[in-house]
Design a protein around this ligand. Structure first.
Ligand SMILES: [Zn+2]
Length: 119
């Protein structure tokens, strides 16, 4: 009986945390849409994933190429904040030319909108 109650409370708690994480992502998105800054503070990668936002849309600050990053596929970055990714995610096209421009963060997304990765 008490165990069932505990399970029920935990399930409700998980659902609340998921809602809180989704809200964090929505707040951050609205800031990106409005001004594009400040990017800090931002949700952590695991909060974005928990909130259902699995994709991060970025744009190269140099060549303006857009791409989407699957947050779930990033290695060992569950506690990394989204804004820290701006300096870590590199444009493949510019990297070939020896440039390392930072990424402009556009928004978190639930699904993928653009289809192809830049070859
Ligand atoms: Zn580029």
């Amino acid at each position: 009986m008490l165990a069932a109650q505990s399970d029920e409370m935990r399930t409700k708690g998980d659902a609340l945390i998921r809602q809180a994480d989704r809200l964090l992502c929505e707040i951050w998105n609205e800031r990106m849409w409005a001004d594009g800054e400040p990017i800090d503070p931002s949700p952590k990668v695991d909060q974005a994933l928990n909130g259902g936002f699995s994709w991060l849309e970025i744009e190269c600050s140099r060549c303006q190429t857009k791409r989407e990053v699957n947050l779930a596929e990033l290695p060992h970055v569950e506690t990394t904040c989204i804004h820290d990714l701006a300096t870590r995610l590199r444009c493949q096209r510019c990297a070939k030319g020896g440039k390392r421009p930072r990424a402009t963060l556009l928004q978190l997304a639930i699904g993928r909108r653009h289809t192809a990765e830049v070859p």
